[in-house]
Design a protein around this ligand. Structure first.
Ligand SMILES: Nc1ncnc2c1ncn2[C@@H]1O[C@H](COP(=O)(O)OP(=O)(O)OP(=O)(O)O)[C@@H](O)[C@H]1O
Ligand SMILES: O=C(O)c1ccc[n+]([C@@H]2O[C@H](COP(=O)([O-])O)[C@@H](O)[C@H]2O)c1
Length: 220
């Protein structure tokens, strides 16, 4: 690992987190373990730029993130999008983070399904001037999908050193064990009032308890 940079890289993992689930946590922990970052920040969006507003408020989604990561060292909540009442464009959030951390590698974490349509993101070229992308494997998505081949041709790297010696501009695919899990599936189970044992492997127990206490998704 290069030691010449005084500002150790950190990672930001943006998501709707409606709700946060085990695959999100596995990705965050994989990045923490394999990308030599000092921390991973989970950043729930307030108003997604690209999809309908979630039925569950940003405050509740952030509370679930906080509960889920409470006992995971090195993984923290990044709340900068929560109080914004305009769409949560990633480029704006990264600009704000860069004001706080002008130097050092900044890694934006996403799943392969997100990379596949990354060229539709607001000012996507500017995102790559502010951060690297680190991309988690996700069942059902591959590096052949959508925008992935051209992005990887121009920005791809297999070198972790690149992510630390450069501040931004590279895309690295990770080799995390894929987990076939989505928040959509969890919401469907919750809405059908499924028993907890079906949800147990999918979502932290404390998050499930919060959902029940706050009656967040209809059904339970
Ligand atoms: N199972 C998974 N494996 C890898 N990446 C994932 C997985 N689930 C979500 N992600 C990534 O996490 C980020 C945030 O995703 P999000 O909060 O929308 O979860 P989701 O499960 O995809 O939700 P939904 O089903 O509501 O779309 C995205 O970059 C997405 O690609
Ligand atoms: O900035 C954009 O144009 C943009 C478009 C699509 C997604 N994003 C961000 O990507 C992250 C994952 O989004 P999602 O829908 O998979 O939860 C989340 O932080 C979103 O704000 C951002």
């Amino acid at each position: 690992m290069p030691t010449s940079r005084p500002d150790r890289a950190f990672a930001v993992f943006g998501g709707t987190f409606d709700p946060i689930h085990m695959a999100h946590l596995a990705c965050a922990q994989y990045v923490l373990k394999h990308c030599a970052v000092r921390e991973v920040q989970l950043m729930p969006c307030h108003l997604p730029a690209h999809r309908a507003s979630p039925g569950v408020s940003a405050e509740h989604r952030a509370a679930m993130v906080q509960i889920a990561i409470e006992h995971i060292p090195g993984v923290h909540l990044q709340s900068l999008e929560l109080n914004k009442h305009s769409p949560s464009y990633t480029v704006d959030s990264l600009r704000l983070l860069r004001e706080q951390y002008p130097r050092g590698g900044l890694l934006f974490v996403m799943g392969m399904d997100s990379l596949a349509y990354f060229k539709q993101w607001h000012q996507w070229q500017n995102i790559l001037q502010l951060a690297h992308l680190v991309v988690c494997q996700r069942p059902g998505s591959s590096a052949e999908d959508g925008d992935c081949p051209s992005l990887l041709q121009h920005y791809g790297t297999n070198s972790l050193q690149d992510l630390h010696l450069l501040d931004a501009g590279k895309i690295m695919l990770l080799d995390n064990p894929p987990q076939d899990l989505s928040a959509t599936r969890i919401r469907a189970l919750l809405e059908k009032n499924q028993q907890s044992d079906e949800l147990t492997p999918l979502i932290p127990a404390e998050v499930l308890q919060y959902i029940k206490t706050e009656r967040l998704y209809s059904g339970i």
